[in-house]
Design a protein around this ligand. Structure first.
Ligand code: MG
Length: 460
């Protein structure tokens, strides 16, 4: 955390009782309440939810106390996946929502993410306003007789899952009786995913479907390594697919009927293809680190891809502006604008089942229809003061190749692309290379890393 920054790319994140203390949470509650009260009357609602982390209740109590002190009506909505809280905010008169989660980070972490009144993640400007009040401590506190009691509301999960069901052809999906294995990672989707998938008539097997803030099943990031049990269980049960959510349920990652792990890009492309075809064209928004597979299938279906800097709030805001038909990130965070403008793991699971039901082909066959690309990722640490200089020098070297400078530097060629970008949270540079040939992808990544290390050395 720098002197005047609290929010990173994913809200506030840190270790419990180190950065994420009750004192910080109390002040965040007071700062958010102060912002809300600038434009809303006393008693305006702010919804607060947690994931399954042990520290959730501790931080929630402090945040709610802070909100109540400003005259806001804090509403405890219990344990919820992030998209369920976002949907709840969108569908209510609440001016904001706060979700206490650190998504896929280790169990000793927690975080606070702010949601605007329309259910989207707050913009950087809105976060800056909260930060300014937090650091200046200029809280607007309510007079004694305007302080309200805490409200609780417990039906948000039900509303969320029921409204997802209304988005898809529930009868068609149910008629197929798909075998599905879901891995909730002991995270927030334990309250929603089994119910949703059972309502879609699946023959369901659950893994890690009990709430536990220690993530005893596996770390809550849905990587291939963490999903070995899921892959095995899909094969052993003959299921049509496996599905895993991250700790707060805004992402969904899939395993095909052969037990093969599927990267998020491919799911994004599969859903994009069907939505664009159904729509007879349209815009699809994604960040610049998404695979070319998306652009290939969207173009073929008659649509157009718009690229943004990395970060789901940016993707969501551009989708609103461009009236996009679909959007999302390569990490399994898909955004369905007909439902809501945020990444939604539950909605993603229902959409994939609907595609399986409609197409009457297996998930591996559907994935096999798409072009194959190979991704190679490398990273290296750099001296913090050279962050910008490295990028400037690298830009000079590649400037005749018409690079994109939306976020880092992306150089495209006939077979793929190279993206060089400093991390938003650590002093590392990330190199991502995609190519239709795996050997070429690795070579390009190695070459790029060597060039960058030479730049660092030259800058001394
Ligand atoms: Mg997440």
């Amino acid at each position: 955390m720098t002197a005047n920054r609290l929010f990173g790319t994913n809200g506030i994140r840190g270790e419990v009782n180190k950065l994420l203390t009750p004192a910080l949470s109390l002040s965040i509650g007071r700062a958010v309440g102060t912002v809300v009260r600038r434009s809303s009357p006393p008693g305006t609602e702010v919804l607060v939810a947690t994931d399954t982390r042990y520290s959730g209740d501790m931080l929630k109590a402090a945040i709610c106390a802070g909100l109540l002190s400003t005259g806001c009506q804090a509403v405890d909505t219990g344990m919820l996946p992030t998209p369920a809280l976002q949907y709840g905010v969108k569908k209510s008169t609440a001016a904001m929502g706060l979700i206490i989660t650190a998504s896929h980070n280790p169990p000793e972490y927690n975080g606070i993410k702010c949601v605007a009144g329309d259910g989207t993640e707050t913009t950087q400007d809105e976060e800056k306003e909260i930060e300014e009040i937090y650091f200046s401590e200029e809280f607007t506190l309510a007079p004694w007789n305007a302080v309200l009691g805490l409200l609780s509301r417990s039906h948000l999960t039900h509303r969320y899952t029921e409204d997802i069901l209304a988005q898809v052809d529930r009868e068609l999906i149910a008629s197929k009786r798909f075998g599905v294995v879901v891995d909730c990672a002991n995270g927030a989707t334990v309250v929603s995913a089994p119910k949703l998938l059972e309502s879609l008539g699946t023959k369901l097997v659950t893994l890690n479907a009990q709430s536990s803030g220690g993530f005893p099943g596996h770390p809550s990031e849905p990587t291939e390594d963490n999903l070995r049990d899921l892959m095995t269980m899909v094969k052993n049960t003959g299921a049509a697919m496996g599905l895993a959510h991250d700790g707060d349920g805004d992402r969904a990652i899939f395993v095909d009927e052969r037990g093969e792990f599927l990267y998020g890009d491919k799911t994004l492309a599969l859903v994009a293809k069907h939505i664009v075809m159904e729509n007879g064209g349209g815009k699809v928004v994604t960040a610049i680190n998404t695979s070319n597979v998306l652009e290939d299938v969207v173009k073929e279906a008659g649509g157009e891809v718009i690229y943004t800097p990395i970060g789901s709030p940016i993707v969501a805001r551009v989708m609103i502006k461009e009236k996009a038909v679909f959007g999302g990130e390569e990490n399994g965070g898909l955004i369905f604008p007909k439902f809501q403008y945020c990444r939604d793991g539950g909605m993603t699971s229902a959409a994939i089942l609907e595609i399986l039901a409609n197409r009457e082909r297996s998930l591996s066959e559907l994935m096999g229809e798409m072009p194959e690309y190979h991704l190679c990722k490398l990273k290296f640490k750099y001296p913090p003061h050279l962050r910008e200089k490295i990028l400037e020098k690298y830009l000079c070297l590649v400037k005749d190749k018409n690079p994109l400078t939306l976020d880092g530097i992306k150089v495209l060629d006939d077979t793929g692309w190279v993206l060089v970008r400093p991390s938003g949270t650590e002093t590392i540079y990330r190199i991502q290379v995609e190519d239709s040939d795996p050997v070429r992808a690795n070579k390009k990544a190695d070459d790029t890393k060597r060039v960058l290390l030479e730049i660092v050395e030259g800058l001394g």
